[in-house]
Design a protein around this ligand. Structure first.
Ligand code: HXC
Length: 516
């Protein structure tokens, strides 16, 4: 064979690989509202940047007639490319080949790019669209999953790992995305569950649809397994691009800077009047966030889950930060189990990847009640304490209104190594709110009172004057300064600049034991 013929042969083999499981299956994929594995890669990465590995790898299975059926690449496309010029490693399940099911060979391809990503220090993006373990391979397939889980764990906190769920993701396969940092799902076409509706019916006698068991809405609103709900595949791929723009390539780099024309000392006049006169009246903390960050741009994570706390990425004078904010608009911004878990995981991500944390606080406390207690608010709330206390990245906190009880300590307080702690003049920092407090400390007086309403008002007013303000904490140095709301952007930027070279360590240990 001449070299020209050999090159022609190579091109033919590549073409075969690029055709996936064949026209019919590709059509079925498109008809079900999904792009193919290759189209997804092309849409996600910078044009022409994708370099593929292992295009000609084939499975080695000889059971159930599998030796007669081979597809080059074996159902997963792997390689690297760039997003806005920055390297990412990627694997993309090809549902048109054996339903994207995972063989030992398939797993080895995925592990290869994960190892490279860790060596080079770049994110791993996994596009999941798979029928799970390749049934014909038996335990070899399970071994393949195990190999991937191990790498997910070893590289957690080393390089960012992102999972796009763009089709089925079932059985033990769900645990790989669950270990990664962010999971994104698409409405109507993606689902995740440990066992499908048929097995659920057999085991628990429940009738449930695929969507209600593990669809995009369920995992974004109820379970919190997914961090982003996307209307379609294009939106999901765009969201990944936006997300990686906020985070560094690995745990020893800093996040990328994005220059802005938004002035450092822009006055945020709107904030002077954002706190309602009545203490129990809500407002939308997203308005505060959008007012203070660069160009009003905020990428919310877990937007539909535990809405009483808001977490996400933004920038201050070009510097990427993670924002954690109580949301008075939902459940008065109280901290419950889901809010604790949501914020704790986010704080830990930021800390692992050198992203400063800005906390905006307006919290009446932890949610009381049997449901919360019986489901473990104690251990789940402790996660948030653990995460904040452990975090060594710069931490800037602004108390806008309420900072009551344990929630005051939790939300990036000085006592958990908050670096710069500010309060607005509207801040109320105390063990509890005036109503609850006076009923306890003036119980005897109120029992014998002849003018209970008047006395209550007087006690409440005394309590408010004494405690429901930021000055008690400021006098003790727990608050570094009381700032005018309109200066919030400027003060946060100055604090972040000052803290840029912060170094803080934890005592030597193998690892801590976060309450799980
Ligand atoms: C081998 C599989 C497969 C699998 C699908 N296919 N799943 N081949 N192993 N796990 C093949 C089908 O035979 C078919 O081949 C093609 O993929 C497309 O599948 P369809 O059924 O035609 O597609 P659809 O109707 O869209 O249904 C998709 C599906 C269904 C819901 C995912 O295929 C399905 O239920 N598959 C089995 C899912 C499952 O139980 N997996 C094991 C989970 S347990 P042809 O040749 O016709 O195109 C698990 C354990 C992991 O994963 C443990 C890790 C620790």
């Amino acid at each position: 064979m001449s070299i020209e013929e050999k090159i022609l042969n190579l091109k033919k083999l590549r073409e075969k690989a690029y055709s996936g499981g064949g026209e019919k299956r590709v059509r079925k994929q498109h008809n079900s509202g999904k792009y193919t594995a290759r189209e997804r890669i092309t849409k996600l990465l910078d044009e022409g940047s994708f370099e593929e590995f292992d295009t000609f790898v084939e499975h080695k299975c000889t059971s159930f007639g599998m030796e007669k059926t081979h597809y080059p690449g074996d159902g997963v496309i792997t390689g690297y490319g760039t997003i806005n010029g920055r390297i990412v490693y990627i694997f993309s399940h090809d549902f048109t080949i054996f339903g994207g099911s995972l063989s030992k060979t398939f797993a080895a391809k995925v592990v290869k790019i994960m190892d490279l990503a860790a060596k080079i220090g770049a994110p791993v993006i996994g596009i999941n669209d798979s029928g799970g373990a390749r049934i014909q391979e038996g335990v070899d397939s399970l071994a393949g999953y195990g190999d991937i889980f191990l790498k997910n764990v070893l590289y957690s906190g080393v390089v960012p790992q992102i999972s796009a769920i763009m089709g089925p993701c079932a059985g033990g396969a769900v645990y790989s995305p669950a270990i990664t940092d962010f999971t994104l799902m698409v409405k109507d076409t993606s689902y995740m569950f440990v066992t499908g509706p048929k097995v659920v019916k057999t085991v628990t006698n429940e009738d449930v649809s695929t969507e209600d068991l593990g669809g995009c809405e369920i995992h974004n609103t109820k379970s919190g397994v997914s961090h982003f709900s996307c209307d379609n595949e294009d939106e999901l791929l765009e969201t990944i691009k936006e997300l990686v723009g906020y985070i560094p390539q690995n745990n020893i780099e800093l996040p990328p800077e994005k220059p802005t024309d938004d002035p450092v000392n822009r006055q945020c006049f709107k904030l002077n009047n954002i706190i309602p006169d009545k203490p129990n009246k809500p407002y939308d903390v997203i308005e505060v966030i959008e007012e203070i960050v660069d160009d009003g741009q905020f990428l919310a994570i877990h937007k539909l889950f535990a809405s009483n706390i808001v977490v996400g990425f933004a920038r201050f004078n070009g510097q990427s930060v993670g924002i954690v904010a109580n949301q008075p608009k939902h459940l008065a911004g109280v901290i419950d189990i889901n809010a604790s878990m949501k914020a704790a995981r986010f704080v830990r991500f930021c800390d692992a990847f050198n992203i400063p944390i800005v906390t905006l606080e307006d919290v009446p406390g932890f949610l009381p009640g049997t449901r919360q207690e019986h489901n473990g608010i104690i251990k789940h709330g402790a996660k948030l304490i653990f995460a904040y206390a452990e975090a060594t990245v710069p931490k800037v906190t602004v108390i806008m209104r309420k900072a009551y009880g344990g929630a005051y300590d939790v939300m990036g307080s000085k006592h958990l190594r908050g670096d710069m702690n500010y309060a607005w003049p509207s801040a109320e920092i105390a063990v509890m709110g005036p109503e609850g407090a006076v009923e306890i400390i003036f119980r005897k007086e109120l029992l014998h009172s002849e003018h209970i309403e008047d006395d209550l008002k007087k006690y409440e007013s005394d309590y408010k004057n004494k405690f429901a303000n930021p000055y008690v904490a400021a006098k003790k140095g727990y608050i570094d300064d009381i700032i005018e709301p309109q200066n919030t952007r400027y003060r946060i930027i100055k604090a972040l600049e000052m803290l840029r070279n912060k170094k803080e360590n934890l005592p030597f240990k193998k690892h801590g034991n976060i309450p799980l």
